[in-house]
Design a binder for this molecule. Structure first.
Ligand SMILES: [Fe+2]
Length: 323
């Protein structure tokens, strides 16, 4: 098996006796050797021994990632609230969970090289983020409040970074600002009651009005409590604005919406339509692009749509379009 086929799991995230029963591998000198086979418990003694040997990660096979993601989803909130785990460990868990989620985001085989690059960019982004305690704690708030909001934010961020690197020349620092703003774009949702956030039926008019306050509330909080700059803050505040003025909260249009927010707006819509909560695709990328371009005519910048199309659409599904 190739190195990239194994997925790292932070030792602190492998809870003795509670972690799913999967084979765990050790990386030694570039090779992967079986540490624990399926069927044997991972004990406290294992955890202690590995930690005292300064082993930071064990590795799992990609076939086991579904069950591990389920486990992380069920436990990440408890991990982040735990007082026994240090901030560094929590940062490492966020980092690793994030990487797991972007691994299989992009299914276009022509884009494999790109997804490696994006993976590295997100790694940079999270490393950068881990140096800023106040911003990192806001990301922890998002994860602990609603795991799906976090996964969605991560998907939007990965896609947004891809679009920026496909269509625009961005300096590294600006890319980091765009990444952090996009990662926290839905921060305002942490102020929404669960009844609204998790409602499966139609929202009432009152609930819709409450929901639509999340960009402004997120913006106000982050402006007050973090060092995010204007590029990042604009993304939080304007990620539901549309190029033709049909968005919210202010209904501003075109040039008044900074580019980072325009890209986030398109990526947010695209990810909501095409990626289900359980990771299943709910609408094909081509159909979604068709809707964005024709049924929502003018809502999104054409250059962004072109870049999005080149990233997410495969040639062979062209015939699926509802012409
Ligand atoms: Fe949003």
């Amino acid at each position: 098996m190739q190195e990239q086929s194994y997925i790292p799991i932070a030792i602190e995230g492998i809870e003795p006796m509670a972690f799913p029963d999967v084979a765990l591998y050790l990386k030694t000198g570039g090779n992967f050797v079986l540490y624990k086979s399926h069927g044997r418990d991972f004990s406290q003694l294992d955890a202690d021994r590995l930690t005292s040997n300064k082993v930071e990660f064990l590795y799992v096979s990609p076939q086991d990632m579904d069950v591990i993601n389920e486990y992380m989803e069920a436990n990440v909130e408890r991990f982040l609230k735990s007082e026994e785990l240090t901030r560094t460990v929590k940062g490492k868990m966020i980092f690793q969970t994030s990487i797991n989620f972007i691994n299989d985001l992009f299914s276009n085989p022509k884009k494999t090289n790109d997804s490696d690059r994006i993976r590295r960019l997100i790694e940079n982004l999270l490393t950068y983020l881990s140096g800023d305690v106040r911003t990192l704690s806001t990301l922890e708030t998002v994860i602990a409040h609603n795991y799906h909001t976090f996964v969605h934010s991560l998907q939007v961020t990965a896609l947004s970074i891809m679009i920026h690197s496909e269509a625009y020349m961005l300096k590294h620092d600006e890319m980091m600002d765009v990444g952090i703003g996009t990662l926290l774009h839905d921060f305002g949702k942490t102020f929404l009651p669960d009844e609204i956030l998790n409602k499966t039926g139609r929202l009432t008019e009152e609930e819709i009005a409450r929901f639509k306050r999340h960009p402004e509330e997120g913006y106000s909080y982050l402006k007050e409590n973090t060092n995010l700059n204007d590029i990042a803050l604009a993304i939080v505040r304007m990620h539901h604005e549309r190029n033709n003025g049909n968005g919210y909260p202010r209904g501003i249009r075109g040039e008044l919406i900074p580019r980072g927010a325009q890209v986030a707006s398109a990526c947010d819509f695209f990810c909501n339509m095409t990626m289900g909560r359980d990771g299943n695709k709910i609408m094909s990328p081509n159909i979604c692009l068709h809707i964005m371009r024709h049924e929502m005519k003018g809502a999104f910048n054409e250059q962004i749509l072109k870049a999005l199309e080149s990233i997410v659409c495969t040639d062979d599904t062209e015939s699926n379009l509802p012409l």
